[in-house]
Ligand binder design. Structure first.
Ligand code: ATP
Ligand code: MG
Length: 459
């Protein structure tokens, strides 16, 4: 979802909540206004009727005239739109009325108290009160229509205020939502205009707390990208450096072959070219394996049977061992590990290659693979060749490190790959003396399937 959509969604939700709140509030206001207006009107009606009763002259009902007195209209402040009638109860004659009152009684039955009645074609809210002797009755009334109009007008007043507040609150919400997304927009702009190799982390303090996990994730991604870039550059410079030597040697040997005056010298030079080509090919393969490990964060998702993998890889070396008169002995049991099958293949190949390459003709090589005591899996490759001096044991796992005086050619990458793959699998790497206290031995102990991953240690 885009930032705009997120912002609009927040705004819409907030506005809906606010509108809901105002609807409830307005309903309550209407209800209380209706109750208050009716209550206020009733008390005004009863009070005015009683006051009118007390203030009329006692002899008014005794007047023989049949004429009805018309009272002046009540002052707008006191009895606004209240209608008044005074009846002679003995004769049923209308003695006095306000100009807006009909000639028929508001309360036709002359029942005292509050009444909802119909007179002159309309509904009225009326109050009737008689004097103690029962001679006259005052009826005060207000048209229902007028009461409703009063309620509507006071609700509308409240609604006007509510609308102003609604608009104010909605504007404040909009400003708040827009402001709270501004740091994200700024960060997006900054990242967009950055140099493509600028991996400077985003400053957490510039962001609200809520987006810190996101900023941390972006920073983490940038860090991994910069590390990958450094690795890539390192690899390129190493590869260029390492390839230069065998290629220079190849050139020299090829030139010698060209300059050779007789077939024997030319053949000798060509054999050298062939050996140089093999070395360069081996180096290219090793560099390729390393590049593949660098390029991907290998996922340990394969359930690999080490025994099957070992016997598969060993077959590749059979011819070479045979040619050198070397003997490979396999001692394998089915042993499952959680691993990356390609990476473990590289590890096995390098260990077998080292044993065969660095041990002399007729040497023995043993490959043992079995489950360890604690559900782990142990792979051991040992030989009875020249071995490695104790002082070099740690360093041979560094990239491009080769034991001085080593007779065999090599690039010094193999064991660094082995160490790296072991670390990647949380496997423990140990090395020591080989067969019968001679030669060299490397053991890789893979953690048991399902065991929590622990970064492998080199010991
Ligand atoms: N089994 C072994 N016996 C004796 N020396 C060994 C053995 N394995 C490794 N070494 C020594 O350790 C060094 C580093 O080994 P590594 O596999 O890293 O490189 P390499 O074999 O020289 O070249 P490559 O990268 O082609 O494998 C070797 O040059 C060799 O001197
Ligand atoms: Mg090697």
């Amino acid at each position: 979802m885009t930032m705009k959509a997120l912002r609009s969604r927040q705004l819409v939700v907030l506005l809906i909540v606010q509108a809901g709140f105002w609807v409830v509030w307005m309903s309550l206001l209407t209800w209380t206004e209706t109750r208050d207006v009716t209550g206020r009107l009733d008390s005004a009606l009863s009070q005015s009727a009683r006051q009118a009763l007390m203030s009329i002259p006692k002899h008014l009902a005794d007047l023989s005239s049949t004429e009805t007195f018309i009272a002046p209209p009540p002052s707008p402040v006191e009895l606004k739109r209240v209608n008044f009638q005074m009846w002679d109860l003995r004769t049923g004659r209308l003695l006095m009325r306000t100009p807006s009152s009909p000639r028929e009684p508001f309360v036709p039955g002359f029942v005292e108290g509050f009444n909802d009645s119909t007179a002159a074609g309309g509904p009225w809210r009326a109050y009737a009160v008689s004097d103690v002797e029962g001679r006259v009755q005052i009826q005060m009334a207000r048209a229902e229509e007028q009461i409703k109009a009063d309620i509507v007008s006071s609700v509308l007043k409240g609604l006007g205020g509510a609308m102003v507040m609604f608009v104010c609150l909605a504007s404040m919400m909009w400003v708040t939502v827009v402001c709270s997304f501004r740091p994200m927009q700024r960060a997006g702009e900054a990242l967009r205009h950055r140099d493509r190799l600028d991996f400077t982390p985003l400053a957490l303090r510039e962001f609200p707390l809520e987006v810190h996990p996101f900023v941390n994730a972006v920073n983490d991604l940038q860090l991994r990208q910069s590390e990958a870039l450094v690795r890539e550059r390192q690899f390129l410079s190493d590869a260029a450096h390492e390839l230069r030597t065998p290629l220079a040697a190849l050139t020299t040997q090829a030139q010698q072959a060209l300059r050779a005056t007789d077939a024997a010298h030319r053949d000798e030079a060509l054999v050298q070219v062939l050996a140089g080509t093999r070395r360069a090919t081996r180096l290219a393969e090793q560099l390729l394996d390393q590049a593949q490990l660098d390029a991907h964060d290998c996922m340990l998702t394969d359930r690999v049977d080490l025994a099957s993998l070992v016997s598969l890889e060993v077959r590749e070396f059979d011819a070479r061992a045979h040619a050198k008169g070397q003997h490979i002995r396999l001692e394998i049991e089915p042993t499952v590990v959680l691993a990356n099958v390609d990476a473990v293949g590289v590890l096995i190949r390098n260990l077998i290659d080292n044993a065969l390459r660095h041990a002399p003709a007729g040497a023995r090589v043993e490959i043992v693979c079995h489950p360890g005591g604690e559900g782990d899996a142990v792979l051991t490759v040992r030989d009875d060749g020249p071995g490695i001096p104790d002082a070099d044991c740690e360093r041979v796992f560094e990239r491009f490190y080769r034991v001085s005086g080593s007779k065999e050619s090599g690039s010094g990458i193999g064991l660094s790959l082995v160490a790296r793959i072991a670390r990647m699998h949380g496997a423990r790497l140990t090395c020591g003396k080989g067969i019968d206290g001679k030669g060299w031995c490397v053991s890789v102990a893979f953690p048991a399937v399902g065991e929590p991953f622990v970064a492998g240690a080199l010991s």
